[in-house]
Design a protein around this ligand. Sequence first.
Ligand code: KIV
Length: 262
Amino acid sequence: MNINDFISKKRDGIPISMVTSYDSWSAKLIAASDVDCILVGDSVSMVLHGHSTTLPVDTRQMAVHVEAVRRGAPESFIIGDLPFLSFRMGMEKSMENIAVLMRAGANAVKLEGAAGNLELIRHTVDSGVPVMGHLGLTPQSINRLGGFRVQGRGKEAADRILDDAQSLQEAGCFSIVLEAVPGDIAGSITTGLNIPIIGIGAGIDVDGQVLVLQDLLGLTAEFKPKFVRNFLDGASLVKKALNDYHHEVTERSFPGKTEWYE
Ligand code: KIV
């Protein structure tokens, strides 16, 4: 997949699949699958680092994860998430942060929200860096939104997201993630735009879907919002494997004869 495939897939009505990765070994597994592209999301803050929000990660940490993912998936289209406030620091410092993620191996960057970001998006795109937008539930604004909750309910709120989506398209974004927005609103935004809308908790009438890998694999057993489908019962399988290992160690049946050096 490359940048041109985003528009051609939308034009041809072929849904785009995106999944998160933060490390080399999962990136390698994703690269060997049919999944279209990889997002190194700032959800890493919650999923890997155990924070309750995405706010604590910074550009340096995101770059470490982008580098790892690139090593595991040398040919994949990788989008690096710009962390909290890293793109709100004035043109010069924000561009430095974007450069850090691109030099770490990203093919594009993603940033949350439209208001106050349009000039930076235009400059970034003009500088040769594709930008993915992110609207609806924007987790970096958790303190302003008052919680992880559905956005765009009611005409005024829905119109605001549509206006923001159009502004992002006009500023040059190649695609937009739409998170936790009612399906009918997401559908009309998708129809009204030329660039692909990638949904998460935004229903089926969008141009593609994104999920956090650990949610998709059922590894985050305690986190199961309505929009997550577990395509594997990962937590149970991993627990069983760990218990099998423990029992075979304690019973001295691991390692077996072929599993050590003569
Ligand atoms: O950080 C992330 O993983 C994301 C996706 C949930 C869209 O932004």
